[in-house]
Design a protein around this ligand. Structure first.
Ligand SMILES: NC(=O)c1ccc[n+]([C@@H]2O[C@H](COP(=O)([O-])OP(=O)(O)OC[C@H]3O[C@@H](n4cnc5c(N)ncnc54)[C@H](O)[C@@H]3O)[C@@H](O)[C@H]2O)c1
Ligand SMILES: [Zn+2]
Length: 395
């Protein structure tokens, strides 16, 4: 559609729509690189002679020493794609904290003459995918990215998202872009080399999305909490699948895939989490910080009278039954004028989003509501309550 008008003798305006549709391809499978698995064959069916460069996080290479051989074997059976190099690099939050890993990825893309018709495959945790994704999205203004998330959190949330980023000025994801990946492939085999505790903690994003979007899923998690705690494969994989689908659907159908507005429901519990990660100098993992952030915003929702106390306590007890943290000293650190340093995160959260401060709270289990201010005194009360609940559980 073109809207053209002559406003006056000095000005002519032309407003043009640029319609663009993206396909968000999400695949859930096991052992994706085995020759008999059809997922990748289906995704690249139409390609002819496209180059592929693969970035694998070091931690994955050490847990899966046969992976490179499997990849080489897969490419030998799919000769319409040409593998240039398998490049290994450091993952974990460390790789987002400096430009070093991003630079290594960029260098490899440049040296191997990867172009906009090639593919970058990234195999690793959420942090590694964010870095490789950022390099891929900006090199040549965007190379097609295929993500293979390897943690519970990344398979259920960040891996199926459309963002990437690295930290700068000690701020999470200060540098980054929105870029829909060519595809996301969740291979469940990767989930089982995480430590049991990290695997459980990664479930927090599934609980988060259930709380803000899908009450039935939350009730399902409650009913299956014992098996989830034991990480029974069928229940773990179903949780990751339901979480990934809810996240992907929200992005595709929620009306704001590139977060132009001020509301960001998938960031429930995150205003405090991002700040606490920074305060702890990233001793706290994203998953651990989100556990406390979700507990905090749930209790806060009830103290403000938006959510019944009974429902809030169901959430808190679920987190505890799963063995997830409810408090951490990073949430209690004071700034130079004696206020909770955590509260400075509210302004940083607003700044990252732009516009008016908008924080999602809970109205019901499965239903969120936006608010535009947070009461610091109630936050302090909530943190105290969470600490005493934690102590009770520990006894
Ligand atoms: N882009 C987005 O939309 C988005 C959304 C949410 C979170 N994130 C980001 O994702 C990051 C968190 O992701 P994460 O929780 O995957 O953490 P992570 O990538 O830091 O991984 C956690 C740890 O697990 C290791 N690891 C990865 N896969 C493993 C496996 N299969 N077995 C054993 N160890 C493994 C990593 O080396 C690391 O030490 C944060 O930086 C967060 O900001 C991004
Ligand atoms: Zn998160």
């Amino acid at each position: 559609m073109i809207h053209e008008r002559i406003d006056d003798e000095h000005m002519q305006s032309i407003d043009l729509d640029i319609p663009v549709t993206f396909k968000h391809r999400v695949r859930l499978t096991k052992d994706v690189f085995l020759a008999e698995n059809k997922v990748l064959g289906g995704l690249f069916r139409k390609d002819k002679d496209a180059k592929v460069i693969i970035f694998v996080e070091n931690e994955i290479t050490s847990h899966f020493p046969a992976l490179e051989k499997e990849l080489l074997n897969w490419f030998s059976c799919h000769s319409h794609l040409s593998l240039t190099i398998i490049f290994r690099a450091e993952g974990g939050e460390y790789c987002k904290r400096s430009e070093a890993v991003c630079r290594e990825v960029m260098d490899a893309i440049e040296q191997n003459k990867i172009d906009r018709h090639s593919y970058v495959w990234a195999i690793g945790g959420g942090a590694f995918l964010d870095v490789v994704g950022f390099a891929a999205a900006t090199a040549h203004r965007g190379i097609r990215l295929v993500r293979f998330p390897t943690t519970t959190l990344a398979q259920g949330d960040s891996g199926v998202g459309v963002k990437n980023g690295i930290n700068l000025y000690r701020k999470k994801n200060f540098l980054g872009t929105f870029a829909v990946p060519y595809a996301v492939v969740n291979d469940f085999r990767f989930l089982y080399t995480q430590s049991k505790q990290a695997c459980r903690e990664g479930l927090i994003e599934a609980i988060k999305v259930a709380l803000v979007k899908d009450g039935d899923f939350f009730h399902w998690i409650e009913r299956n909490v014992d098996e989830l705690r034991e990480l029974s494969p069928s229940v773990l994989e179903e949780s990751v699948t339901r979480s990934a689908i809810l996240h992907a659907k929200h992005i595709a159908q929620g009306g704001d895939p590139f977060e132009m507005g001020s509301s960001r429901p998938l960031d429930y519990g995150h205003w405090a989490a991002h700040k606490a990660e920074q305060i702890s100098d990233f001793r706290l993992t994203h998953a651990q910080a989100v556990c406390v952030g979700v507990a905090l915003d749930t209790l806060y929702s009830s103290k403000k009278g938006f959510l019944s106390e009974e429902k809030a306590m169901r959430v808190i007890h679920l987190l505890k039954k799963l063995g997830l943290p409810l408090c951490d000293e990073a949430f209690e650190v004071r700034n130079t004028i004696g206020n909770l340093a955590l509260l400075d995160g509210l302004e940083e959260f607003r700044e990252h989003l732009g516009g008016e401060l908008t924080v999602l709270l809970l109205h019901d289990l499965g239903q969120g509501m936006d608010v535009h201010e947070i009461d610091g005194e109630i936050v302090e009360e909530c943190l105290e309550t969470l600490k005493s609940i934690s102590i009770k559980y520990a006894q």
